[in-house]
Ligand binder design. Sequence first.
Ligand code: SF4
Ligand code: SF4
Length: 174
Amino acid sequence: MSIVQRNSEVNKWYLPGIIGGLFITGKHLLTNLLNRKKMPTLNYPEEKHEYSPRFKGNHVLTVKKDGSLRCTACMLCATNCPAQCITIVAAEHDDPNVEKYPINYEIDMLRCIFCGFCEEACPVDAIRMGPEWQTPGLSGSTFSYDIQRLAYRPQLKGGIQTYVDDEERHKAGI
Ligand code: SF4
Ligand code: SF4
């Protein structure tokens, strides 16, 4: 005996499914129109949703007091990145107290899956993920974030913390 069920004439035309679907859509349309204040919608882009400061959005390379990068080019973030979208080129630093620093640090945002593993892996709090979530761009190259974009983009002056104080970190036991 075949286990394939033959459709009846009615089901063959998908009519019950189509009518059921239209009924559910109509029901939600009427419910929302009659309760507009309860509709969870925003008129984007004029109205934007404010995510929590803990939201894991665009990356930020944090800086020291003098504005230089905290990153020591240890490669832990790049090694830990499951999407392999971080590229770092390290160089020796002039200061004998600083072993290495990145002369190039790039994240391919089109490959990034915003998992936060880079932030977790960093031993010196040099990379954080901030509350920015809009990443528009007109070409692929605009999604390759370099040091200038990661640490010094103008949007960071709008309240995203980029400077990390070592004394405060030690006091907090981080
Ligand atoms: S968030 Fe995840 S995928 Fe994106 S750069 Fe960091 S480790 Fe890689
Ligand atoms: S961001 Fe942190 S983990 Fe990545 S290379 Fe720099 S110091 Fe190492």
